[in-house]
Design a protein around this ligand. Sequence first.
Ligand SMILES: Cc1cc2nc3c(=O)[nH]c(=O)nc-3n(C[C@H](O)[C@H](O)[C@H](O)COP(=O)(O)OP(=O)(O)OC[C@H]3O[C@@H](n4cnc5c(N)ncnc54)[C@H](O)[C@@H]3O)c2cc1C
Length: 400
Amino acid sequence: MDFHDNEQEAAFRKVVSAFLDSEFPQELANRPEEWGLFNGAGRLGHTFRDFMKAWNEKLNARGWAAPAWPREYGGAGLSVKEQFILSEEFAWRRAPRPGGIGHGWAGPTIMMYGTPEQKAEYLPKILSGEHFWCQLFSEPGAGSDLASLQTRAVRDGDDYVINGQKIWTSGGHAADMGILLARTNPDAPKHRGISYFLFNMKLPGVTVRPLLNMLSSHEFNETFFEDVRVPAKQLLGEENRGWYVGTTTLDFERSGIATSVAHQLIAQDIAAFARDSDVGRGSLARNPGLRAELADRAIEAQVESLICYRIISMQERGEIPNKESSIAKLYSSELDVRLAVTGMHVAGLWGQLSSHDEARVLDGRLPRFYMHSTTSPIGGGTSEIQRNIIATRGLGMPRA
Ligand SMILES: Cc1cc2nc3c(=O)[nH]c(=O)nc-3n(C[C@H](O)[C@H](O)[C@H](O)COP(=O)(O)OP(=O)(O)OC[C@H]3O[C@@H](n4cnc5c(N)ncnc54)[C@H](O)[C@@H]3O)c2cc1C
């Protein structure tokens, strides 16, 4: 892999950088509650939501709201490396990018399996920000083993009637639409009886109940369906083939570079705090091992970026990362936890003070980062599942 930009890539980097210089308000770059966590509607305050709406419009005008999407669907048609550069530059400036389920999952899957009507109806509304999407996959008895899901969809005339329950629906309370997996054939082998729906969250019979996390923050929900009638035209792909639709993702933006850069920035911030503040210097004096711990985090954040480069170079060659994506997810989410713990070791008891406390350190970012980091090794496939994939597909180990 050549780590340097060629002439065209260097020119594109300058364009992105100039755009951020002129358009991105620096006071937003250090929003305490956004430390390294760019997406997630539930976490954003109202002012920030207003900013994101205007920001989305600016990015959409350049095709940068969904740079991985082909031009015909309103994307920028950028090369894999250009998408990488865009993500990297935004991340170094701590500038948020639109994203989430609509841009990353629903849109690309509709492009691949949608009818012309479905594409015309939904893709422009994802890009414009008119529709916010959620993911209705997990159930109380089906998480890692998602194919065991029990929510039923029964064909009745021109509709399907949905009954059942989903859980951990991030942003479900704010969502207009959801991608829903439901069982249409209970007698078939479990992967073959599932269908994929483009689901309107405002339909009668849908109840969304908040689940507060340990930050007392309303990010995810339980979603209940009671005789919800969904028009059959909302089926995406073929009936009973939904598992294969669900495992599709065309999102080539997932190099992970944004998270890797965010981790490098956090490691730098914690190191600066240890070096420059009385609290940090006190911690270093009491615990000389902290120097080595900080050095390890800085090295790990660099290693993470090399894993991202590996993925991007595979994608540039037209290869589809498989075990490599699991390596990246595992490494990144576990580094999230280690960084948060190191931050707490440096800040000591001050690390518990939030952005509302006068005596806060590091802008009060640590408590949120620390508590939120615990979710990283769970969401999007747990660390154990990633290790299983690396062991079987990567190392050729037997399944049991
Ligand atoms: C912040 C966050 C946001 C989320 N948002 C959404 C969302 O928007 N929509 C949605 O549908 N879901 C969402 N989820 C749910 C997420 O996909 C599931 O939590 C995840 O798939 C794990 O499923 P589970 O919680 O049922 O745990 P389980 O699958 O029950 O796992 C419990 C434990 O057993 C381990 N385990 C399970 N199977 C194996 C195995 N085969 N080998 C070894 N160990 C195993 C797991 O690693 C874990 O430690 C979210 C989760 C989080 C944390």
